[in-house]
Design a protein around this ligand. Structure first.
Ligand code: ZN
Length: 144
């Protein structure tokens, strides 16, 4: 079994187990892997690179409100754990995230794990350029 950190087209991050990488590819191509947050089947591996990114307030809606059922609480706890882990192990470059991530990708800056803010469009552009980023949905607590 292999665990992958995945992300959907809307920027939700989640994890899933697969028998092996070939099974993951097969399931993904058949649209059998759906985002637990929005059910999108447009998913891809979200991590494998040191760079991470958090969405700013223009990003996806927070996990909150009356829909906070058991599943959402689990997802929320997972994301909170992930955020704590990331905050302990990365440099906060704030709004410079896209520029610094590109510089690291190009080899102009020393390779290191960073975090910061980027708009959805910026995050998507970075992913398309092959810069590894892990979109992390904002939690409701951050909005208060
Ligand atoms: Zn989603």
């Amino acid at each position: 079994m292999i665990k992958y950190a995945l992300g959907c087209a809307a920027g939700h991050a989640f994890e899933s187990w697969f028998p092996d990488s070939a099974a993951y590819e097969k399931q993904r191509k058949r649209g059998l892997i759906a985002c637990p947050e929005c059910a999108s089947t447009e998913v891809d591996k979200a991590i494998m690179a040191p760079a991470v990114v958090g969405f700013d307030r223009a990003g996806p809606p927070a996990l909150a409100g009356p829909l906070l059922d058991e599943k959402r609480r689990e997802v929320r706890a997972m994301i909170a754990d992930m955020r704590r882990e990331i905050e302990a192990n990365t440099d906060d470059v704030g709004a410079n995230f896209p520029a610094v991530a590109r510089a690291i990708h190009a080899g102009d800056e020393p390779e290191r794990a960073i975090r910061g803010q980027a708009s959805r469009e910026e995050a998507r552009a970075l992913i398309e350029e092959g810069v590894g980023v892990l979109p992390i949905p904002a939690l409701a607590d951050d909005m208060n």
